[in-house]
Design a protein around this ligand. Structure first.
Ligand code: BYC
Length: 317
């Protein structure tokens, strides 16, 4: 690294330490740019792939009111994907490149969406736990150091709060309903509890990116801190529902002021992240199919844009 680059890095870090927002045209270390492209595009892919397990229930909601809520939620996820892809594009990567990385399996997306949605209660549980975990993780991102990402996250977090409430409301209905409905809610909690805890990423001592991301104020809290916060907030919610969290080691620790919890199966986590989860192949196949079948829409939109641009050029001439 040259002396000039060292001094630029020092000035950059000083800006971060002062809490300034970094904008796309500002100087930034190459690693900062790459880390953001990685995290923002992974986040965008998670939103778009996350539409699949939820969309699975749109035609089978128990009533019209639930259908309207679920439709709105799935549309919101598409919107989140759009804001995030746009934020990543400001760093010099094209949308086509990001899609290519997703479709070929090169890019990661959240492990949670590689689990199937087997019953209607899974939709409630995803709203309650998955959106609940997403809010805990993402509220800190509204203050992340990169301006376009932080601004996109403000709106996303507002919508995620609505998603969490619609999910929890479904769970209240089911868990206070008939014994069969309560059993369905318990079964969904049993299957989604541990994968939800995995959403926060590996333990801090096994997370290669955390140290630098905290220094650059991309992450304001570590994976383990956020996971603990999520557990502490969620246990009273499970108690209100009258459901049992599937962890025999879960216990309030008076001294720490937090819940202690059992061991997470990290082997399962890495298997899912590496593409061997229950639905990884199905999810990628669905995204590839949608991409191929949507080619005519992209072609038509581009042809229209080109025609409009050439008309504007001839007007100017
Ligand atoms: N799944 O060093 P680490 C949502 C990867 S919510 C898959 O700790 P980092 C939604 C990680 O990418 C879900 N991969 O990484 C909610 C890294 O791999 P590479 C999306 C994971 O980035 C409801 C490696 O493991 N939310 O979209 O500092 C409805 C080492 O990890 C996972 C976001 O993306 C995982 N769970 O921290 C619909 C929020 N965890 O790239 C949609 C923004 C870790 O080095 N992202 N990995 O090969 C983040 O906050 C952070 O990226 C993470 C990971 C906390 C996820």
């Amino acid at each position: 690294m040259t002396q000039k680059e060292i001094s630029l890095e020092e000035q950059f870090q000083a800006r971060i330490d002062r809490g300034e927002s970094i904008e796309p045209k500002d100087w930034m270390p190459e690693k900062y740019r790459k880390t953001h492209i990685r995290q923002i595009s992974q986040h965008a892919h998670s939103e778009v792939v996350g539409m699949l397990p939820e969309g699975n229930w749109i035609t089978r909601t128990p009533n019209l009111r639930r259908k309207v809520g679920l439709l709105a939620k799935v549309q919101d996820e598409a919107g989140h994907g759009l804001y995030l892809y746009s934020a990543a594009e400001t760093l010099g990567i094209s949308r086509d490149e990001m899609f290519e990385q997703l479709h070929t399996g090169k890019a990661k997306y959240s492990s949670i969406f590689n689990y199937p949605t087997l019953s209607w209660a899974d939709i409630g549980t995803i709203g309650w736990l998955v959106d609940g975990a997403a809010i805990i993780n993402q509220v800190m991102l509204t203050r992340t150091s990169f301006g376009p990402y932080a601004r996109a996250m403000v709106r996303i977090c507002k919508e995620e709060s609505f998603h969490q409430r619609q999910g929890y409301e479904i769970m209240i209905g089911l868990s206070h309903g008939t014994p069969e409905q309560k059993e369905m809610a318990q079964d969904a909690l049993n299957r989604f509890w541990w994968p939800s805890l995995m959403m926060f990423g590996p333990k801090d001592d096994e997370s290669p990116n955390t140290e630098m991301s905290v220094k650059w104020k991309i992450k304001r809290k570590t994976n383990d801190e956020l996971r603990q916060q999520f557990i502490d907030i969620t246990i009273p919610q499970a108690e209100y529902l009258g459901l049992t969290v599937p962890d025999p080691d879960l216990k309030w620790n008076e001294e720490r002021g937090h819940y202690d919890f059992g061991a997470i199966d990290w082997d399962e986590f890495w298997q899912v992240v590496k593409g061997n989860g229950p639905c990884n192949k199905e999810r990628l196949a669905a995204r590839n199919k949608a991409w191929d079948e949507g080619a005519w829409v992209r072609d038509a939109a581009l042809a229209h844009a080109e025609k409009k641009a050439s008309k504007n050029v001839s007007k100017v001439a």
